[in-house]
Ligand binder design. Structure first.
Ligand SMILES: [Zn+2]
Ligand SMILES: [Zn+2]
Length: 277
């Protein structure tokens, strides 16, 4: 078990983009507009570019842990802040993984995760969830796995970022990352085998659970409703071709497909390709 003695930097400097939750380095000058929000896949908030400090967030925010099973918790900021995604604490024998990240961190959260064995790595699906990754990785003294194709989007460079290349990255205990592309060129998903031998799939925005939970979708931009070209849908299909999975965990609260995830995925891909044909 790794115990980190680093203290969270509750800086009063407003370095966190209020719309997407990306934290920028304290020492450097902030950009006029957050590049992640000033992109077709996101948006600048209605009040223009605004920034938030971790010190102000710490006044009334907390991170809620919700136990999904013996090996899994989802985490979200309460009250919600920025995009409002959830992250996942995946407990595993050879080391725990944080899947995706949150734009907040407090001592209570650090203590809880340390009590479960700390983190061996953080793996992030795509730039919309980079959030406070530099601070999380510093506190837990662990690498952050980000696909090389998205390196240009990292706003808070840190030696902890491990840029991986290729279609897959093996982790441990049967877990691995798949670069699906689509939403971002480096978009990825995480596969985790459960104790019964069925795989769980963590998808971020790479494979996006539809509201009725009977389908998934794949888009260039979700907030701006910009579709992906056919070749990207085909790439996602091909990269997932030999992967079996049952439960799908998407980025937001209600985005869990409790069973038959593979069939849902296949039907959804077919629906897209029929439209294109
Ligand atoms: Zn932003
Ligand atoms: Zn996204």
């Amino acid at each position: 078990m790794t115990i980190s003695h680093a203290l969270i930097n509750h800086t009063t400097k407003p370095t966190i983009c209020t719309t997407c939750g990306t934290q920028y380095p304290t020492a450097s000058q902030l950009p006029e507009l957050c590049p992640i929000c000033n992109d077709d896949r996101q948006y600048i908030g209605d009040n223009g570019q605004t920034w938030m400090s971790l010190a102000i967030l710490a006044k009334d925010r907390t991170i809620r842990f919700n136990k999904l099973n013996d090996q899994l918790y989802d985490l979200r900021i309460s009250p919600a802040f920025a995009i409002g995604q959830r992250a996942f604490l995946i407990l595993s024998e050879s080391g725990n993984v944080l899947w995706d990240c949150l734009p907040y961190l407090d001592e209570q959260t650090v203590a809880f995760i340390q009590s479960k064995g700390g983190l061996k790595a953080i793996a992030i699906s795509h730039p919309h969830y980079y959030s406070l990754m530099a601070e999380w990785s510093r506190i837990f003294d662990c690498p952050v796995y980000i696909h090389q194709n998205d390196s240009v989007w990292v706003q808070h460079p840190t030696p902890a970022v491990d840029y991986w290349e290729g279609d897959r990255k093996l982790l441990w205990d049967g877990m691995y990352l798949i670069n699906t592309g689509g939403h971002f060129p480096g978009s990825c998903v995480l596969v985790q085998p459960d104790r019964l031998g069925k795989n769980r799939l963590f998808t971020g925005d790479s494979i996006y659970v539809a509201r009725d939970r009977r389908a998934v979708t794949f888009m260039y931009s979700y907030p701006n409703h910009i579709p992906l070209p056919k070749k990207d849908i085909e790439q996602i299909r091909d990269r997932m071709a030999d992967v079996s999975f049952d439960i799908i965990y998407g980025a937001f609260d209600w985005m869990t497909i409790a069973e038959k995830g593979r069939a849902v995925f296949d039907t959804s891909i077919q629906r897209y390709l029929q439209i294109f044909s």
